[in-house]
Design a protein around this ligand. Structure first.
Ligand code: HEM
Length: 309
C-alpha cells in the first residue's frame, strides 16, 4: 500500500504530540482501530436529553411547560457562554460587537418564541398542573440572575425602591438589596417566601462569589474599557441598548403576558407558585431594571417599560 505524503506528515506530527507527553503513539493508534464510529445521537446525548422531562401530573400540556423552560435555560447557557468570553479576553471592538450580536440573536428567539407559553397551552390544564409544582417558580432560575450579574454593576440591580439610597454604598449592602430578594420578601413582616429561601440556600453564596469575581469584568465594564472613540460607535451603542431593552422590557413583557393569560381572574387574581405579588413585581415599568442607564436619555429613562422600544 502506498501511504500518502500527507498521512506520513500527520503521523510525524502525531508522534511529536505523544512524545512530548512521554506517550507511545502506536498504542493510541491501536485505540483508534478499536473505537466505534461516532453517531449523531451519542454526540448530542439525545437519549439522555429525552429522559429529562418528568411531568408531575398526567396533563399532556405539562410537557410543553417543562420543555419550553428547558429550551430557555439552554439559551441562557449560550448567553452566559458569550458573556464569559467577553469578560475573559483582551477586548477588541470587533470581538465585543460580534459576541454581543450573538447574545441579541438568542434573546430575539426567546422573545419571539414566548408565544408558546402565552397561547400554546390549554388554560384549564395549566391551572391544574401548576398546583403540583408549588413552590417552584421560574423565579428560581439562577442562570437568569447570572446573566444580569455578568452584564451590569450590582447598583443597577438594586430594588427600585432602594436604588437612590443605595447609590454609592458598598458592594455587600447593594447586593443585600438586590431586587429579587426584595421582590420575594413580605415588606410588612420581612418574611421571605419559601421559593426565595430555597433559592438562597442553593445559590446565594455562588451568586455572591460570581458577582464579586465579575465586578470589574461585566459587559458594561468591558464596554467602558474600549477606547473612547469606539464607545461612541453608534452601531455598538444601538446594540447595547437593544440588549438592555430585550432583557429588561421585551422579555419581561412577554413573560408578564403569560402570567396575565393564566393568572388574571376577576374579582381576584390567582396567586403565583412563587408567592410574589406578581402584578406589581413583574411589569418592567415597576421594576425599572436598566443595565446601562448612561446610554439612555432622561426621557427614555422616564418612559422605561411603558412601550416596547
Ligand atoms: C405560563 C408560563 C409562565 C407563567 C404563568 C409564569 C409566571 C411567573 C410568575 C407569577 C413569576 C413571579 C414569581 C412567582 O411568584 O412565582 C415568575 C417569575 C419568573 N419566571 Fe415565570 N412564568 C412562566 C414561564 C416562564 C418561563 C418559560 C421562564 C423561563 C425560564 C420563566 C422564568 C421566570 C423568571 C426568570 C422569573 C423571575 C422574574 C423576576 O425576578 O423579575 N417563566 N414567573
Amino acid at each position: 500500500m502506498q501511504i500518502d505524503e500527507k498521512v506520513i506528515h500527520q503521523l510525524e506530527r502525531l508522534h511529536a504530540k505523544y512524545a512530548t507527553m512521554g506517550q507511545d503513539m502506536s498504542s493510541y493508534l491501536e485505540g483508534l482501530i478499536e473505537s466505534d464510529y461516532l453517531t449523531y445521537w451519542d454526540y448530542i446525548h439525545l437519549d439522555t436529553l429525552l429522559t429529562l422531562q418528568n411531568p408531575k401530573t398526567s396533563y399532556p400540556d405539562e410537557k410543553i411547560f417543562i420543555i419550553y423552560h428547558q429550551i430557555t435555560e439552554l439559551y441562557f447557557n449560550l448567553i452566559l457562554h458569550e458573556l464569559e468570553q467577553i469578560a475573559s479576553v483582551e477586548i477588541s471592538i470587533g470581538f465585543f460587537q460580534e459576541r454581543l450580536h450573538r447574545i441579541v440573536q438568542y434573546f430575539k428567539n426567546l422573545i419571539a418564541s414566548f408565544t408558546i407559553m402565552i397561547d400554546g397551552m390549554d388554560s384549564a390544564q395549566f391551572l391544574k398542573y401548576r398546583m403540583a409544582l408549588l413552590p417552584a417558580s421560574g423565579f428560581q432560575s439562577a442562570q437568569y440572575r447570572k446573566i444580569e450579574i455578568l452584564t451590569t454593576s450590582i447598583e443597577n440591580l438594586v430594588s427600585v425602591s432602594k436604588r437612590e439610597t443605595m447609590a454609592g454604598k458598598g458592594f455587600d449592602e447593594q447586593f443585600e438589596n438586590i431586587y429579587w430578594k426584595q421582590g420575594a420578601t413580605e415588606l410588612a413582616t420581612g418574611k421571605k417566601t419559601l421559593t426565595l429561601l430555597q433559592f438562597e440556600e442553593k445559590y446565594l453564596s455562588e451568586l455572591y462569589s460570581l458577582a464579586k469575581k465579575y465586578e470589574g469584568q461585566t459587559l458594561w465594564k468591558k464596554f467602558k474599557q474600549l477606547p473612547d472613540s469606539e464607545q461612541q460607535n453608534q452601531e455598538l451603542i444601538d446594540l447595547m441598548k437593544e440588549y438592555d431593552t430585550q432583557v429588561n422590557v421585551q422579555w419581561p413583557l412577554m413573560h408578564y403576558k403569560s402570567a396575565a393569560r393564566y393568572l388574571e381572574k376577576k374579582p381576584e387574581d390567582i396567586a403565583a407558585t412563587g408567592g410574589t405579588n406578581w402584578q406589581k413585581y413583574l411589569p418592567p415599568r415597576f421594576q425599572r431594571r436598566i443595565f446601562f442607564p448612561e446610554l439612555w436619555s432622561s426621557t427614555e429613562l422616564e418612559a422605561w417599560g411603558t412601550n416596547t422600544k
